[in-house]
Design a protein around this ligand. Sequence first.
Ligand code: ADP
Ligand code: MG
Length: 252
Amino acid sequence: MSSSFLNVQGLRKSFGGHLIVLDDINFQMEAGERVVVIGPSGSGKSTLLRCVMGLEKIDRGRIELEGARYIEANPKSKKDNFVDIPVRNKVGMVFQHYTLFPHLTVLGNLILAPMRARGESRSSATERAMQLLARLGLESKAGAFPGMLSGGQKQRVAIARALLLDPKIMLFDEVTSALDPELVTEVEGVMLELAEQKMSMMIVTHDMWFAKRIATRVIFSADGRIVEDAPPSKMFTNPSEPRTADFLKKVL
Ligand code: ADP
Ligand code: MG
């Protein structure tokens, strides 16, 4: 048991039993921190976020939120992981590619999970969804289908959908990578607003300029391990590890 807000202990994740993508990851963060994860393509950034979200079966380790263990590998590795769904539901995630249901309107997409996962009434979920849409400047899109929205609007709806479950932490996996450049700022703007409201976040991004702006902490991961963990001021100007410096030279 740890006092950390998010506590990842001894996490190992492999695919097909031989490709070890995450190897004994130990990572803690406090509430209100905004941790940006950087690293080469294929270094396991998405897998780490997916494990924290409970979307991957882990080989070893456990993950706790606010002291509550919600994911744990079963030592008899053939068995499924232990997953505490109510705690897991306090983690929200947004992906690179829009995951909205195309056959539902924006409002339909937003109220689905609150009604199903929390048993909220349609009228209550609708009221909260409309308030959130108004805050995001998307009120007029409530009745639109995802296919009618721009990429930036779709991503803002995806963020709104996650927020409606009142997450304690939000995970963002390259949420602007598929967007046209002029649409990136409207999505990053929503994330900066969440930062102002002290939302805890883990963010994977290739946009180092945005990383500097939003991060309270930066993690460089490579070869299944956390190579360096530092505040952005240190990470981007004077990294300790040669491996980090090498990577940053290529992307900055
Ligand atoms: P990143 O997000 O840092 O680019 P990923 O977490 O997506 O890296 O992938 C890490 C490694 O795991 C890569 O080698 C990738 O090919 C592999 N991988 C990811 N998902 C799967 C999967 N579902 N099945 C098999 N291999 C996977
Ligand atoms: Mg990825």
